[in-house]
Design a protein around this ligand. Structure first.
Ligand code: AMP
Ligand code: GLY
Length: 417
């Protein structure tokens, strides 16, 4: 098979690395890719939001399957264009991608299918929203409705903070929509599902670390590290999440005539064994999939293809009794301003069981240079999470890049600090 992966971050490098191990693959393309992905795939300069151009590329290069990595092309309807053009594609169409692209839509779906989630109300009117905030008090959570790359959510500890977040959203201009929701307590974990209509495969669980600095301090980021599996998602809790949240959601989407095909990423809050939905994403978590891909290797593509082709029963994966961890190396200053173009010295050999996935790099005169906020994802797998962590940090310590920083406490919830 010839396969095209859309995207150019650590998620897509992990996908390319896993796909490249599968004997089904003849040619692997990635658009736009990065310096690390270039080792497994031919990187091509294509606008990943332009469905017609991607379709033309697929025709010219006999591409059999397109894997869409990030949310932006999904929200744009690229999967619809590719499927209408006869290309086997993994990822939801525009309508189903609203599960990530609109928080208000997800709330509507949860209400319609009875999935447990934070109590909320959606507003387009500033005065009504302000009155609701005043009545609710704090802590409270204020969310901009649309895609915001993880920046549209404020967990407000005081009414003033909540009001400031609300004002910032409405100050953006007309058409602003805001979801105000109850603050949930508990422990967060993510469950990853490959879905096709109402059929699905569970592809793993993970826990992310969203704050920039050790001890969960500092600003929110896209994720500074993750491990898989998430111990809090026991078999019982997972079954509850599937039966109370995932199955009803998939059934509701199908009943509306917009069946979901792709990755359903359920962000869950778990308290006393009861899961509630925090949010859906419609793509793999980044950096969560780096840890999951490390555990699954070549099987990941088989599961994705089985799901895309409507053979989910054949896509069940064989789990080893293993653990994986990924630690993000980011450019100093991230998630604020940071430098690009700094030379990165990578260790000459991989440590056993470890991989360095590239998230934001490019090649410049044969050297690898930084080209983003999150730059490298050092990922390791082992029989225990403690050993996986040791391997990941040993590899990380062999990287020569003074301009980078990483959290040193990934996994603290499970392993202690
Ligand atoms: P979201 O983009 O909806 O996942 O929100 C980003 C982060 O904000 C989540 O991962 C949670 O840590 C936090 N968060 C969102 N909604 C809530 C809520 N209702 N209660 C508590 N924390 C929340
Ligand atoms: N790591 C969080 C996300 O991918 O949304």
């Amino acid at each position: 098979m010839n396969i095209l992966i859309l995207g150019g971050g650590g998620r897509e490098h992990a996908l390319a690395w896993a796909f490249a191990q599968n004997p089904k693959v003849d040619q692997l393309f990635c658009a736009p890719g990065n310096a690390g992905i270039a080792e497994q795939a031919s990187c091509v300069a294509l606008d990943i939001l332009d469905g017609a151009k991607i379709l033309a590329f697929c025709a010219e290069n006999a591409v059999d399957f397109v894997m869409i990595g990030p949310e932006a092309p999904l929200a744009e309807g690229v999967a619809d264009v590719l499927r209408e053009g006869g290309i086997l594609t993994f990822g939801p169409g525009r309508e189903a991608a609203r599960l990530e692209a609109s928080k208000a839509f997800t709330k509507e779906i949860c209400a319609a299918c009875g999935a447990p989630t934070a109590r909320s109300q959606t507003f387009t009117d500033r005065d009504a929203a302000t009155a609701y905030l005043a009545a609710e008090g704090a802590p409270i959570v204020v969310k901009a409705d649309g895609l915001a790359a993880g920046k549209g959510v404020t967990v407000a500890e005081t009414p003033d903070e909540a009001q400031a977040a609300l004002d910032a959203i409405f100050d953006e201009g007309p058409g602003a929509r805001v979801v105000i929701e109850e603050f949930m307590t508990g422990e967060e974990a993510s469950l990853f599902i490959l879905a096709n209509g109402t059929d699905f495969i569970v592809i793993g669980s993970a826990q992310d670390h969203k704050r920039a600095f050790d001890g969960d301090e500092g600003p929110n980021t896209g994720g500074m590290g993750a491990y898989s599996p998430a111990p809090i998602l026991t078999a019982e809790v997972t079954e509850r999440a599937l039966s109370e949240i995932v199955r009803p959601t998939l059934a509701e989407m199908a009943a509306r005539g917009t069946p979901f095909q792709g990755v359903l990423y359920a962000g869950l809050m778990i308290e006393n064994g009861a899961p509630k939905l925090v949010e859906y994403n419609v793509r793999f978590g980044d950096p969560e999939i780096q840890a999951i891909a490390m555990r699954l290797g070549a099987q990941l593509l088989d599961a994705i293809l089985a799901c895309a082709e409507g053979r989910t029963a054949e896509g069940e994966v064989n789990w080893a009794e293993d653990h994986a961890m990924t630690v993000v190396v980011a450019a100093r200053g991230y998630p604020g301003d940071y430098a690009r173009g700094e030379v990165i010295g990578l260790p000459a050999i991989d440590l056993p069981g470890a991989q360095i996935f590239h998230a934001g790099t490019k090649l410049r005169d044969g050297e690898i240079v930084s080209n983003g906020g999150r730059v490298l994802n050092v990922t390791a797998r082992a029989a225990t999470l403690a050993e996986a962590r040791k391997r990941a940090y040993a590899t990380l310590d062999a990287i020569d890049w003074p301009g980078g920083f990483a959290r040193r406490d990934i996994g603290w919830r499970v392993l202690g600090r």
